[in-house]
Design a protein around this ligand. Sequence first.
Ligand code: ATP
Ligand code: MG
Length: 424
Amino acid sequence: MKELRDSERSREARRIIGCLRDAGFEAVMAGGCVRDALLGRVPKDFDVATDATPASIREIFGHRRTLAFGESFGVIGVLRPKSVAGGESRARPKAKIEPTEVATFRSDGSYSDGRRPDTVRFGDMREDAERRDFTINGMFYDPLDDVLHDFVGGCSDIHDKRIRTIGEADRRFDEDKLRMLRAIRFAATLDFEIASETLHSISEHAASLSLVSGERIGAEMRRVFVADGVLSALHNFLKTGLFESTLPFLRRPAVERFAGYWRQLEYRTFETVAALLAINHSSPEVFVKEMNRMMKLSSEEVRRMRAAVERHSELLVEGAPWSTIQPIVVSRDAEFVLPVAAAVGRTEGRGLSTLENTAKRLRDSATPVDPAPLLTGDDLRMAGYSPGPNFREWLNEIRAMQLDEGLHSKDEALEWIENNGFQS
Ligand code: ATP
Ligand code: MG
């Protein structure tokens, strides 16, 4: 599988597998990278699984080239060898390369909190396959002998584009509630169907997703929102009742309306997609607030969503003066507001002339988008005006007139202030 050979990270995983094998252990690529390679996708990271214990792994690669990631679960981070990493002592920093995760084959004990196993014990490859969540994620690949180890029927589920739990769905979702969200996320990102018994079991366990932390729900939802299959994911949320634990304030009619808007959205980020969902909610502000509460968003994400929700409509006003558009265009959230405005405009059949003019202006390099102000507070003081709260107001008015090309110079601006009866 060439996806497992070509990248620097895959070569590093092969190096590690070679070292472990030379030391007499079994070692293979595991989980997500095998799935992605079988799908012809380039894996994000390459995890290694082995029968070597964490202590042996650290001994083989050296304590200074290994990190105890989750030693209780048997996961060790292995760093590249010094010569490849460029030498630690040299001051010149090299591009940072993440350590490779090397995990000891294990079998998870009982789960009493619905989140993580109470105990783990080291086991063999088959047991390690069986503790994993979905069949497509439960395969191993031996890159040295080119052998796929599939104990769980992952290969045929990849072929049929199906998400199915390893073992009995009810037990697997009982153990770890996050898996319900993962199932829907994988279906959305890979364009797979969820097997009917797996989907049915999610419906049965939906209410217990509330045991999962907002951070972990948020991490999955960010990936769902940017997936090409977001519409089918939202549909699955409605069908299973999982919305009650993630977005209880979102109802079917809003989700159905959203579909049309989403199809018109060209720039799909978590924030732009979430903003379109918010706009279709009866109260967009409440939606953003609740979403933040449920998913522990960053202040930046909330700010971007709010900007898109609150300001997109200004860009849909026919003949809007440049002075109302320019502040949006030069703001740090412009890249989120503009595509949302375009999607709303197209879906609702509203005039797009303001957006088109804006795009034209941005292309025209002769006129600066954010020219230096004609007048500043210092200029006003120098002209003999005493500072006060009206300074800001005047300056704002002058800025608007400058942008709308009613004023062209500092002198004109000062003249305007005099003529409009302001007191110095
Ligand atoms: P991606 O990194 O693209 O999200 P992935 O499959 O690599 O996909 P990770 O969360 O990185 O997902 O997990 C790595 C592997 O660990 C998975 O492929 C799966 O085999 C296993 N795994 C992850 N989370 C769980 C879980 N909650 N329950 C059981 N197994 C899991
Ligand atoms: Mg991964």
